[in-house]
Design a binder for this molecule. Sequence first.
Ligand code: ADP
Ligand code: MG
Length: 721
Amino acid sequence: MTKARCLTVFAGMAPLQIRKLPRTSKSGFNPRELGDPLITLPGVGPALATAAHKLGLQTLGDLLFHFPHRHEDFTVQKEIGKLKWGEEATVRCRVEKVALLQTRRRNLRLVKSMVRDGTGYMEAVWYNQDYLAGQLTSGDELILRGTYEGGTGVFKVRSHELLGKQSGGLHTLGYVPVYPTTEKISVKRLRGWLGMMRPLMAQLADPLASSLRAELGLPWRADAIDAMHFPRTLDEFKLAERRLIFEELYLMQVGLLSHRRHFEKERRGAALGAAGRLTCDFIRGLPFSLTSDQKSVCKEISGDLQKAAPMQRLLQGDVGSGKTVVAVYTMLRAVEDGRQAALMAPTEVLAEQHYFSLEQMLLGSGMRLALLSSRLKGVERAELLQGLADGSIDIAIGTHALIQGDVDFRRLAVVVVDEQHRFGVEQREELAVKATRHGVTPHVLHMTATPIPRTLALTLYGDLDVSVIESMPSGRRRIKTWLVPEAKRAGAYGFIREQLDAGRQCYVVCPLIEESEAVEVKAVEGEAERLAATEFRGYRVGLLHGQLPVASKQEAMRLFAAGDTQVLVTTTVVEVGVDVPNATVMVVEEADRFGLAQLHQLRGRVGRGLHESFCLLFGDPRTEQAERRLEAMTTTADGFALADIDLEIRGEGQLFGTRQSGLPDLRLARLIRDLEVLKMARRKAEGLVAADPELGKPENALLKDEIRRVFGDSVKWLDRV
Ligand code: ADP
Ligand code: MG
């Protein structure tokens, strides 16, 4: 090992020997640019290029990052003289002579070759590969992998490679990469292509600063990528993988953080004064005192609101943890400063719910609230818009329509977004831009009850500050959850009738039918009719689904909230935020079709009042995953714990459509497994962005290019970084 090519690493690790990569490939072909199409490789025509496209391979760069899923170990070569009977082995030998033989069996022909090394002779046999007879000639150097059948002195060849030609041991020397393949693109072909790419690997620039690399004991990028494909040892492979996982997470974190820096610099918010009388009165007037989590979250928010940079905060709290109070607090801070606030809900039903509960909470405060509903037309709508534009309305509640086209606010300073879990980086950015009025970007509080494992919040919401309400208000009782077998269905209805007779209410959620909304509606209507005619005959049964006209939906919710309807048969439209404290039973039909987060959300609709509440899950889990989900529901009440279980059951790939989060796909990193690396990446990214917020320093130029490349053109916000 020469000094210049040796990197000192941290204690406990062997010094890293830098690999000497080939500068030209054996084929004499020299790939130039990562962005070049695959067709520039020798031997790749349009048909192969199309087939490769199916594997997601379009450019040479794609190929470099098409990593093997394992390596086959050809490191140990056996001498012919030492082969044992029945042993599978790799042998390096020379061809003596070759013959093609027709056997008595009609379809079986053999190629036999006498081969030798320094220790002995044996006969290598191939089945039905006639062409070999023409390919092998005496004196050729061969590597064979196969089984030695000692009794007959025959070596049955499973794979072989002719050395000295183009591939030079690609398929049979050392650790041989095994790739995801398709019918048309064989593993040998991929190895061949990657073999040709090695000179390009050697030229790869490294986006990580040498100091960072040295500090963390990570190899160069060029070496790491080469070692992912062609490692000399397994340790080398592991280190290469670690380096690339770090890189992936680091790029993502730097991207998110610099986006955020940029946002703060570019946008002007309204620096609000300290909390005043209005908020104090509100808190004091509540029929309960805030939990310590609610208090500390309010304090964090208060700190944000007093800064000129617009707040971008995520509030996570399980269903029923009391986020609404925090939302109202945040909005009142704007109002007492003479400004306006808006509360955005994902659906009109929910917006209306919020409107009514806020009206109650703020009774007598002199606050002017307005609900911007799509029902509002003509003069009424014009009046409302006027109120927002002249500032006489303090708090507006509605869906995303609140920040659309013709809606103007005079002094909008705070926006609260309820249940924003379907939002990605880009949508958040868009929201901030759209909500900007007269040059002022409002402070935004995103609230979510879809529990996101804390570790993942760091990634998915890496551009936000995160607050968490962990503890529930005291006195909450655990919602009893049962998985009810079909045989006990009748008994379950009897139990529900007892609850209804005691004055309580019940939701019945019908199965999720993904194929068609029309079918789903039919199912809900059918179930409502059935229940009204049979099990709940004589009780008041209501119906709610997404296809109803807005007015009917609102009427259905109103009747249920007022206690006029006792049983509400519904689809998942009740999933988020609906708050009817008198409802104590949640029935979910075919619960096995629902995801864990969704079930937890549904369950959260009950247990909101003083009465003991119940969740009854019907359904027959047909898969092991579904079984585990339902089992988790009956044993676990904590949303965060459920989120972790969900992640474990589903695997993270599915849980986070990265499309929707606006983040690049993670090729190698697994967030749970690589949590420690993620944290390190976050820390290092924070340091970097603090020192060079615009990534404008020359030493960070490569990093910036790379972030652009991996986040891709689809992520508009990065272009502004
Ligand atoms: P979520 O976080 O799901 O939006 P809500 O804000 O709707 O929860 O609160 C659920 C219920 O808990 C409401 O009825 C609310 O009045 C009540 N609540 C909120 N905070 C407290 C508290 N500190 N003590 C007791 N009850 C509370
Ligand atoms: Mg809520």
